[in-house]
Design a protein around this ligand. Structure first.
Ligand code: ATP
Length: 266
């Protein structure tokens, strides 16, 4: 059974319909990616699952979200965290004026297991991101972008998620830092947490995920194993930036006047 099963999801913001009939599954223990350009509806999808659309004046108006086969789309956002589904929103939203330690402590609020579990989680987060232990007393706003992304991830882990929803974790990060974050996601997944990852960086997402979906203007247009999608012309052209060499040669030819050469040589 899939850990997460989204069926026929419809969601939007007032008159704006951002998602139409979106269905996807995250099998237990896997990393699943959702690719798509700006405005495709990726953040809306994660917000609908985490029940946080209401904070953005949005609403889910159709479909269902099942966790282990149990409908969860009527829970509150806090209820969803208690059920083990935790979102790391886009843009590294840490509490800038609070210390790193307090940010992590805040992540444990509402988590199951009490103080002992929180201490265990903290040890795990520090093991994963040693820099957060070193900077525990610093204000989070002073961390670099990459360190803030680590803190955002660490804070989510403090809630002991069984399913992590990641919104563009590599956004705005230098390649080396993106790679470090990707490595951390792999380690988190290897320790048993399922991951639904939304990314514009398709190369990174397809490396991490076993399956992926392509979302375009609120609808799933392609889905399959990550390797099948990475090999598909559509994904290569639109999301991996691989140029179709024949088409490129034709365009370049036209640009430098190859049609004229053709006429002359005919
Ligand atoms: P990006 O990669 O640019 O963040 P996205 O794929 O995450 O894009 P969403 O942010 O989910 O896309 O946006 C989907 C649609 O919903 C867009 O048309 C967007 O303008 C609209 N939208 C998003 N948030 C709101 C909001 N708070 N109020 C009104 N419309 C919104």
């Amino acid at each position: 059974m899939a850990a997460l099963d989204v069926r026929g999801l419809v969601a939007g913001y007032g008159p704006v319909q951002a998602l139409r009939d979106v269905s996807l599954e995250v099998p237990e223990g896997t990393v699943v990616a959702v690719l798509g350009g700006n405005g495709a509806g990726k953040s809306t999808l994660l917000r609908a699952i985490s029940r946080t659309l209401v904070f953005h004046r949005g609403a889910m108006t159709g479909g269902s979200v099942l966790l282990d086969g149990r409908p969860v789309h009527r829970l509150s956002a806090a209820g969803m965290v208690a059920a083990g589904v935790v979102q790391v929103p886009e843009g590294r939203q840490v509490f800038a004026r609070m210390t790193v330690a307090d940010n992590l402590r805040a992540g444990a609020l509402g988590a199951r297991g009490g103080r002992r579990a929180a201490a265990e989680s903290l040890a795990r987060v520090h093991e994963l991101f040693p820099v957060l232990a070193g900077r525990a007393r610093q204000r989070a706003g002073l961390l670099s972008g990459g360190e803030q992304q680590m803190l955002a991830l660490g804070r989510a882990l403090m809630a002991r998620p069984r399913l992590l929803l990641l919104d563009e974790p590599s956004l705005g990060l230098a390649p080396l830092m993106s790679a470090r974050i990707a490595e951390a996601v792999e380690e988190i997944n290897a320790a048993g947490t399922s991951v639904l990852l939304v990314e514009q960086n398709a190369a990174l997402a397809l490396r991490l995920a076993s399956r992926a979906y392509v979302l375009e203007v609120g609808e799933v247009t392609l889905s399959g194993t990550a390797s099948a999608l990475a090999a598909s012309d559509e994904v290569r052209r639109r999301y991996l930036g691989v140029v179709d060499e024949d088409a490129a040669a034709d365009t370049a030819g036209a640009a430098v006047g190859r049609p004229v050469l053709r006429r002359w040589s005919a």
